[in-house]
Design a protein around this ligand. Structure first.
Ligand SMILES: CC(C)(COP(=O)(O)OP(=O)(O)OC[C@H]1O[C@@H](n2cnc3c(N)ncnc32)[C@H](O)[C@@H]1OP(=O)(O)O)[C@@H](O)C(=O)NCCC(=O)NCCS
Length: 160
């Protein structure tokens, strides 16, 4: 098992200590990450467990937000030099709006920049794409349909 890289960060909104860690798919916390993704990203669309799995899942990098050692948020990223695909961004509803999503994306961008990548892109769900706008991402091209709902590609240049 690869060593987890941990960094403690202070959440300004709530004054709560959230930890951002990176895991691999053989980590015991991977199950909790998959459950979060099913609950937040798949079940609300009527999609069953298992559909959250991506073909490039295992070689992707997995960031988790922990509160009291429990997984409350996650985001995955798959380097495709010179860019990186951000996907499976999710925070449990009771912890949304507290800055957890921003912490995860900030951490992802730092890791991507450290790996020499120069931009991040994602397929954002249309209904939440302004979350990415708040984080400095810009829409690219026309909206399109994916997993039955409207999406738009969003992109941001990152610097070391
Ligand atoms: C989208 C999601 C990941 C955001 O996470 P979060 O922890 O609630 O977001 P944050 O609290 O870090 O918000 C960061 C900024 O984005 C803004 N924001 C968050 N959600 C937003 C939304 N739906 N629309 C517009 N702005 C939003 C916040 O106001 C905040 O702005 P500020 O820091 O400038 O005040 C979370 O709501 C979620 O899991 N949603 C359901 C799953 C989903 O749609 N995932 C994305 C798939 S592409």
């Amino acid at each position: 098992m690869r060593l987890r890289r941990a960094s403690a960060v202070w959440n300004n909104h709530s004054g709560t200590m959230i930890q951002i860690i990176e895991i691999t798919s053989d980590d015991p916390l991977y199950e909790s990450e998959r459950l979060l993704r099913v609950k937040v990203l798949r079940e609300p669309l009527g999609m069953p467990g298992g559909t959250e799995f991506f073909p490039f899942e295992i070689e992707s990098r997995h960031l988790l937000a922990l509160l009291d050692d429990k997984v409350i948020g996650c985001v995955l990223f798959h380097p495709r030099p010179p860019t990186v695909k951000l996907f499976q961004m999710a925070v449990y509803p009771e912890f949304q709006g507290m800055g957890v999503g921003r912490l995860l994306v900030d951490h992802l961008e730092k890791e991507a920049a450290a790996a020499g990548l120069t931009s991040v892109f994602c397929h954002a769900r249309w209904e939440i794409h302004r979350f990415y706008t708040r984080l400095g991402y810009q829409p690219v091209g026309e909206p399109f349909e994916e997993i039955g709902i409207k999406h738009v590609k969003m992109e941001k240049r990152i610097e070391r």
